[in-house]
Design a protein around this ligand. Structure first.
Ligand code: GLU
Length: 288
């Protein structure tokens, strides 16, 4: 099957160094496999969205030489597909409505029993919808992190698929769109490694194919914290793409080409030397 990879940023701030690592890692892997590289804007969470950041991210990527092979897919345009997937999960009784408040949930896990919510239904309020987490191990092989296994009930519990405000969760939208875009391998930061079993479980319930997975090391600050877009940490400068691209290559364990006139030239040189076996498992420090 032809390789199809993707980069799926959320519009929660400017393109930052951590996102650039994910964008570059997924691009290198796709190009190295002779495949397509797609961009998907994960704009389904308006409360977390920073106005203007989706456009800023999409404008920054080509400055780093990272150009999508197909039109950008915007999740905000895909609600009908998520409605259909949610209807299917309801039809197979895989989800249940939950009226627990945050404080009730914080007080203990006892509010869900036998895949049901024990809080009384409140006709005045919309419920959240949760997926029943099976007491079963979900296993997969990650191309960098190796073999992984997670008991979904212990690790994630009955997780939210549709929030009280009617917004769909990242897990559901991601699974529906990876299948819709024909993604054959998901390459992303290893902060999402523990989301993958939830996504594999959803794929099985929805009869969708499971892509391969490759979770990249994260860029950490000097305190060992993940660079986060919401903290506005280290936005990269599209006017000077080469230094950030070189640092991203270093974080990915790749040889850094000595000199390059511009971003496309640096990427071409990096691609000719790219070796996925060199990608380190462990996250690395980003020395500003
Ligand atoms: N939208 C997510 C983020 O920006 C990434 C989702 C993914 O790659 O699956 O962190």
């Amino acid at each position: 099957m032809d390789y199809r990879g993707r980069f799926a940023p959320s519009p929660t701030g400017l393109l930052h160094f951590g996102s650039l690592v994910a964008a570059l890692g997924s691009w290198l892997r796709a190009r190295h496999a002779g495949g397509c590289w797609l961009v998907r804007m994960e704009d389904i969470d308006p409360p977390r969205e920073v106005p203007g950041s989706a456009d800023a991210i999409l404008a920054a990527l080509p400055a780093f030489g990272l150009v999508t092979d197909e039109p950008v897919l915007h999740q905000s345009q895909r609600l009908a597909a998520y409605d259909a997937a949610f209807a299917r999960l309801r039809a197979i009784d895989a989800v249940f409505p939950c009226w627990c408040s945050r404080s009730e949930l914080a007080a203990g896990a006892g509010l869900h029993r036998d895949g049901r919510c024990v809080a009384p239904p409140d006709p005045q309020r919309e419920p959240a919808w949760r997926l029943r987490a099976p007491d079963a191990a979900i296993a997969f092989d990650d191309a960098v992190q190796g073999s992984q296994q997670q008991n979904l009930r212990e690790a994630a519990g009955d997780f939210v698929i549709r929030r009280v405000e009617g917004l769909y969760s990242y897990q559901l939208a991601c699974v529906v769109d990876d299948a819709h875009q024909g993604v054959t391998e998901v390459v992303r930061g290893c902060d999402l490694l523990d989301s993958t079993p939830r996504q594999i479980h959803l794929q099985r319930l929805l009869d969708l194919p499971t892509p391969r997975y490759l979770h990249l090391p994260l860029a950490l600050d000097s305190m060992g914290h993940k660079l986060s877009k919401s903290a506005q940490a280290w936005p990269v400068d599209p006017d000077h793409p080469l230094p950030a691209l070189r640092r991203a290559l270093t974080l990915l364990g790749q040889p850094v080409p000595p000199d390059a006139a511009d971003a496309p030239a640096l990427l071409a040189a990096a691609l000719s030397r790219f070796d996925p076996a060199l990608i380190p498992k462990r996250s690395g420090c980003f020395a500003g």
